[in-house]
Write a protein that binds this ligand. Structure first.
Ligand SMILES: Cc1cc2nc3c(=O)[nH]c(=O)nc-3n(C[C@H](O)[C@H](O)[C@H](O)COP(=O)(O)OP(=O)(O)OC[C@H]3O[C@@H](n4cnc5c(N)ncnc54)[C@H](O)[C@@H]3O)c2cc1C
Length: 271
């Protein structure tokens, strides 16, 4: 049952910052609403003010430049990413993860920013952002700061974001363009579902890295591997970095087994 809350829709980042500062304790940001609204409906949170971040000018812009890289405003949806030619051509692993997130209908609403701020261990965009050295640009009344995604997630549904701060944009540096890889996601059903385990393998400049979802309190980055290390060493390194749990979707043991299986498959396929 929904209750009455006030709805605000700032048109500029400075208006957004002022509103967030005024409502540090009772405000919540709304993007696509695919995480926020179920949480309000289920009574998990009860914000007095819902601040829509989608109306800010240029918030829905996704743009590539060789100097800055791929810059995604806070209102860029998962389907906006998939529609962007540069994202598909230069950052195919970002699009692999995007294609695995929910259904077409959800992807039309769900934003990349909302996915990472919600900070579920199974966030499907996180493995790509981790492996591509992406960072978040955070704005508040105290100014701007940039946080790499390797430092962004702090626990289940927790991030470095402070009260009064919002994620204004996500940047994938140009140096990550052309990284090759693939994301394998295990689900209970063939259609859309949250992941039991997700493993992204990426090759960049001869180095190999893995982004793993649904296997620890936060999405996990495991990097610093080379071809000569071999797949068995890679499996040992990834299993040491994750802490899969038992829950309604699967046991921790099965998750670890499937992570190893996926690493072995990806190692053979991504040359
Ligand atoms: C049926 C269904 C299936 C789903 N399947 C998947 C799936 O397969 N994989 C997956 O990863 N997720 C899945 N999800 C979860 C969800 O769709 C994604 O996490 C989505 O990307 C959230 O984005 P949103 O724009 O809807 O965020 P919202 O729900 O609007 O916001 C999420 C959180 O982020 C905060 N927030 C949003 N934008 C900002 C910002 N710019 N700055 C600061 N805080 C902000 C909000 O206050 C809220 O706390 C599913 C959800 C549903 C309902």
């Amino acid at each position: 049952m929904l209750y009455e809350f006030r709805y605000r829709a700032p048109k500029t980042a400075s208006e957004m910052i002022r509103l967030l500062d005024d409502h540090r304790d009772d405000g919540k940001i709304l993007a696509g609403g695919t995480d926020l609204l179920p949480n309000i409906r289920d009574g998990n949170i009860r914000p007095a003010v819902v601040i829509d971040a989608k109306k800010i000018q240029s918030a829905d812009s996704i743009a590539w430049s060789a100097s800055e890289g791929l810059v995604m405003g806070n209102a860029v949806t998962i389907n906006d990413v998939l529609r962007c030619r540069e994202a598909r051509e230069l950052f195919p692993v970002l699009c692999d993860c995007a294609r695995q997130l929910a259904s077409h209908q959800i992807r039309n609403r769900a934003t990349v920013a909302g996915n990472v701020v919600n900070a579920s261990p199974c966030a499907d965009m996180a493995p790509a952002l981790l492996c591509l050295d992406a960072f978040a640009v955070l704005e508040s009344a105290s100014g701007t700061r940039q946080v790499p995604f390797s430092e962004f997630f702090t626990g289940v549904k927790h991030t470095v974001l402070k009260a009064g701060e919002f994620l204004e944009k996500i940047i994938i540096p140009a140096s990550a363009a052309g990284a090759r890889g693939y994301y394998l996601k295990l689900k209970r059903i063939a259609g859309h579902d949250l992941g039991i385990i997700g493993v992204l393998m990426v090759r960049r400049n001869n180095g190999i890295r893995f982004g793993v979802s649904s296997a620890a309190p936060t999405p996990v980055l495991v990097d610093g591997m080379l071809d000569k290390d071999g797949v068995d060493a890679a499996i040992v390194k990834v299993l040491a970095a994750i802490k899969p749990i038992d829950d309604i979707r699967a046991s921790g043991e099965y998750r670890a087994f499937m992570a190893s299986t996926y690493i072995r498959r990806l190692w053979q396929e991504i040359k």
